[in-house]
Design a protein around this ligand. Sequence first.
Ligand SMILES: NC(=O)c1ccc[n+]([C@@H]2O[C@H](COP(=O)([O-])OP(=O)(O)OC[C@H]3O[C@@H](n4cnc5c(N)ncnc54)[C@H](O)[C@@H]3O)[C@@H](O)[C@H]2O)c1
Length: 272
Amino acid sequence: MKKIGLLGCGAIGTQIALAIDSGKIPGILTHVYDNSKDAALKLVSKLNTKPEIVENSHLLSSHPVHIIVEAASQDAVKDVALSVLQNKRDLMIMSVGALLDESIYDILSDACNDFKKTIYLPSGAIAGLDGIKSIKDELESLSITTTKHPRSLKGAKFFENSEIDLDTINFTTTIFEGTAKEVVSLFPANINVAALLSLSGIGSEKTSVKIVADPNTDKNTHHIEAAGKFGKMTFTIENFPDVNNPKTSRLAILSAIEALRKYCSDDIQIGT
Ligand SMILES: NC(=O)c1ccc[n+]([C@@H]2O[C@H](COP(=O)([O-])OP(=O)(O)OC[C@H]3O[C@@H](n4cnc5c(N)ncnc54)[C@H](O)[C@@H]3O)[C@@H](O)[C@H]2O)c1
């Protein structure tokens, strides 16, 4: 059985831990860490098989685990990802936006090669990455339009230098159009899907991103279009938010559970 260390005991981390505890993921959760000791204690209290709570994030990969699952933050990725690989553990990353920093991406990619370990990036809150990966050499254009309720966009850095007042939007309004690279700093909450798409396809400078506010929606919707010599693909994903963290889509949690189940299973693997 694969031994798993978990970094981050919030909405995603808790559901992953419960899926391991129930046997849905055929592995053993041996160690956990969260900056918030309360979050770690709360998670452990829900489990029948209790993992050890370690004292800092670097200690996770010093134990004999096979994989560290990150479900914490971009800072956590920047802090521990390299040492996880150096300790010869695989790594699953949910805070994918951290990899849009090219120097971090290159360092981690080289480390995977040097230490013969793998970084797994689940499809998260979107779908269709299997197709995008397959046709990436023939891609001519790639775009994602994300539509959310205005309150879900609140707090984004973009609004510090914008005259748009989210509280007064009463019809569907385009807020931003640019590239995935630009979204990194302006809309951190949208980075993960834009990052996943651009890393699967033609890179963050060539991936177009549009962000739309819709005061009448209760979903986070992502519409992806890809075109090139292969033909054309379109995907629309209408996500309901998770009940414990409305910023996180239910699909992102289920995608993480499925990716880890696949990692822990000797089974027929479906999909590219
Ligand atoms: N790939 C995707 O499609 C996708 C979708 C949703 C969320 N995410 C990302 O996954 C991550 C987790 O999401 P969530 O909904 O579980 O968030 P959450 O806020 O519910 O939980 C995050 C937990 O991590 C802890 N944490 C934060 N920074 C930490 C650090 N540096 N070291 C240790 N612990 C730390 C927090 O205390 C919290 O308990 C976030 O970065 C989020 O942006 C990715």
